[in-house]
Design a protein around this ligand. Sequence first.
Ligand code: GAR
Length: 208
Amino acid sequence: MLNIAVLVSGGGTNLQAIIDAVENGEISNTRICGVISNNQNAYALERAKKHGIKSFCISPKSFLTRAEFNQSFLETVDMLEPDLIVLAGFLVVIPPEMTEKYRNRIINIHPSLIPSFCGTGYYGLKVHEAALSRGVKVVGATVHFVDEGTDTGPIILQKAVDVEQGDTPEVLQRRVMEKAEWKILPRAIDLIANGKVKVEDGKAVILQ
Ligand code: GAR
C-alpha cells in the first residue's frame, strides 16, 4: 500500500481527482495519509475534510524565517510517513532538505508541456496567459518528479490539449485540467503504486 501525502494551495480540483480515483479504484494500492496546505482558506482543505482525510495548514507567514518554516514543514510531512508526496497545485518552493530526503518520491503536476511555459514565475493562470500570448496551438500538462530545480525533474507523463479559437486563459486552464491534469496525475500515482515507474539516467521510465 502506497501512502501518499497531498500538498495543496488552492481549489484542490487535482486533489479531488485523486480522492475520486482512489475511491473508484482507478488508483489501486494507495491510501491518502494526509493533506497539507500552506493556505488556510484553500478549498482543498474542505475537500479533505469531507472525505475524512487528515489535513494540516502550515504557512510560511506564521514563521519569522524561511529556515524555521522549512524545518516545521519537513516535520509535518515526516510525521505522515508518506511513501510519495504529491504536489497538487502546491505553490511553495520545496526546501532542498526535502528534495534530498524524498528523492524520486515527490511528484508535481504542472499545467504545460514541459519544457514549454515552466520554471520560475510560471504557475496557475500565468502559464495559460503566456501560452495564449505566444499563440501556440497545442498546450497540455506534465507530471514529473521534483528535483532541486523548478519543473526540471524527470518527466513521468504528459498529455496534449488543443487550443481553440477565442480561448481565454480561464477557459484554457479548465480544458487543460479536465482533459489532461485530472487524468495524468491519478494515472501517475497508480503507476507508481504498482511499481511501474523507475528513474534511469535522470529519466523516468514506465515499465510495461
Ligand atoms: C493546477 O492547474 C496545477 O497544474 C497548477 O495549479 C493548479 C491548481 O489547481 N500548478 C502549478 O501551476 C504548479 N507550477 P487545483 O488546486 O484546482 O488542483
